[in-house]
Design a protein around this ligand. Structure first.
Ligand SMILES: Cc1cc2nc3c(=O)[nH]c(=O)nc-3n(C[C@H](O)[C@H](O)[C@H](O)COP(=O)(O)OP(=O)(O)OC[C@H]3O[C@@H](n4cnc5c(N)ncnc54)[C@H](O)[C@@H]3O)c2cc1C
Length: 462
């Protein structure tokens, strides 16, 4: 970076969707903008690279969404998952302003798919990006470059300086960069295993991080150290059970294993521990990360038989298979006798009924310590298959508190006049716990736009 480029109107840290959207909004207002992305260009875009959709409120149908999804229904959905742990003012504003997301993105080159069909039931609530998060990012970066935003890769913010309670500069690669306004959009701290261990203990060593290794929470820590008000709990996050053979970081969505409701899940002691058929999988998959995290060595195995094959999306890694349960147990390192006993007891407890995986069929077990309440069929048709499961952390919720102008709140009750935050780094304002598919990108889009506009307003004295 040249010396004459060290002063900007708006400086944005983090090159995921929240950051690039904020940068675009500020540049469109006429501000001189610099975007600092900690990752190299090949890995730009953080967790956004892995995304597929966002969840916009709408009165429809629209070209990309079927039916209508109004505020009352959206709010009820959010209440159900957060159990009320949300800031109602900010959450309702997010829902209302989500109506603008699709058009805003389309105008800047992002393309969407027609409403999704099939069994996921998301065609009415979730707008899918054509080509996923990478296409969205490529379009937005292209647009940002045309607007003249100065973009730096390998540009991890390592320090931040405040003066008189206002942002002054950041340090990147031993160089100070100054700006009139600062937008913090550097994601959560999910890739920082040491920080996760502070909340979860040593079990966090066995967590797999589904997204970018660059979201280490360094900027979040600096903001908190400099007096920002913390929002959210350190152990609250989106966590799913993923294939235990997934890479430690960045495996993305293809490491999902979607056959839990069709089989049984045992821990390393070959014992079942939770109702695999509690509800439809899309409504339950986000609780299984925590469930597996609570098991010995944070590992579990889903066991299915031949009947289940073809009824779920095939995982990217092949299953271990065997013609008998003891043989399968030996292959996956479980005690063969115990696994056989667990499966036999489960099979004996299955009650007659008409299996139907497209509805809550009530086909259940009786008399077990842990009963299965739907889709309980005996596991009796070889070959048997097993997939190893581990907790997969998607993103953390602890962040900085913000206002409806995305302005960062300080722990002493003041507002920081020139620091704004968007995306995962402030998502905990809306998501105190739980998750609603597509709301991560919705929060980042809405607050990215607000943060960019407000940062430019401050810098340009408007
Ligand atoms: C596998 C997966 C699938 C997902 N699918 C969906 C989905 O379909 N829909 C949905 O709504 N949500 C989804 N999410 C969640 C979604 O990714 C996030 O909510 C959203 O992308 C957050 O955007 P962001 O810009 O805040 O963070 P990110 O996109 O993660 O961007 C943060 C950026 O900050 C950079 N950075 C970090 N530290 C620094 C620093 N100190 N200095 C400079 N830069 C730094 C990183 O390199 C990164 O590029 C998914 C997440 C994962 C992991």
């Amino acid at each position: 970076m040249q010396n004459d480029q060290k002063n900007f109107d708006v400086l944005v840290a983090g090159g995921g969707q929240a950051g690039i959207i904020a940068a675009i909004c500020a540049a469109e207002k006429g501000a001189k903008v610099c975007l600092l992305e900690g990752a190299p260009r090949t890995h730009r875009g953080g967790n956004t690279r892995h995304t597929r959709n966002l969840r916009p409120m709408h009165i429809g149908p629209l070209s990309v969404l079927s039916g209508t999804y109004d505020e009352d229904e959206y709010w009820d959905d959010l209440m159900r998952v957060t159990k009320g742990k949300t800031n109602e003012e900010l959450a309702r504003m997010t829902l209302r302003r989500s109506t603008e997301c699709v058009e805003w993105l389309e105008k800047r080159g992002v393309q969407f798919q027609p409403p999704l069909g099939g069994t996921l039931h998301l065609g009415r609530t979730n707008a899918f990006f054509m080509g996923g998060g990478k296409q969205l990012l490529n379009a937005l970066y292209r647009h940002g470059e045309k607007l003249g935003i100065e973009i730096h890769y390998d540009a991890m913010v390592s320090d931040i300086e405040f003066e008189d309670d206002a942002f002054k500069n950041v340090t990147v690669n031993d160089q100070k960069i100054y700006a009139k306004s600062f937008v913090a959009a550097a994601g959560g701290f999910e890739a920082n295993i040491d920080w996760l261990k502070e909340a979860w203990g040593d079990v966090a060593e066995n967590f797999i991080i589904r997204g970018t290794p660059y979201n280490t929470g360094g900027l979040l820590k600096l903001l908190l150290k400099n007096g920002a008000e913390q929002i959210g709990e350190p152990d609250q996050c989106h966590a799913v059970a993923i294939d235990g053979r997934a890479p430690k970081f960045d495996g993305g969505i293809c490491t999902r294993v979607d056959c839990v409701s069709l089989g049984v899940v045992v821990n390393k002691n070959a014992e079942r521990f939770y109702d695999e058929g509690e509800d439809f999988w899309p409504k339950r998959y986000a609780i299984w990360g925590r469930l597996v995290a609570a098991q010995p060595d944070q590992v579990a195995h889903v066991i299915i038989d031949q009947k289940a094959k073809g009824s779920f999306m095939p995982p990217v890694f092949p299953a271990e298979t065997a013609n008998t349960i003891p043989e399968l147990a030996n292959k996956i390192g479980l005690n063969a006798e115990t696994l056989e006993k667990t499966i036999s007891e489960y099979n004996a407890a299955v009650q007659p009924g008409d299996f139907d995986h497209t509805e809550l069929d009530g086909v259940h077990t009786e008399g077990l310590d842990v009963n299965k309440t739907n889709w309980a069929r005996p596991i009796d048709t070889p070959p048997y298959s097993a997939y190893c499961l581990r907790p997969g952390i998607t993103f953390t919720y602890l962040g900085v508190a913000v206002t409806d102008k995305a302005q960062m709140k300080m722990a002493n009750g003041a507002l920081c006049k020139n620091v704004f935050a968007a995306g995962e780094i402030m998502a905990g304002n809306v998501l105190g716990q739980g998750y609603l598919a597509g709301i991560g990108m919705t929060i980042g889009n809405v607050f990215g736009r607000i943060a960019g506009n407000e940062a430019a307003n401050h810098a340009l004295n408007r």
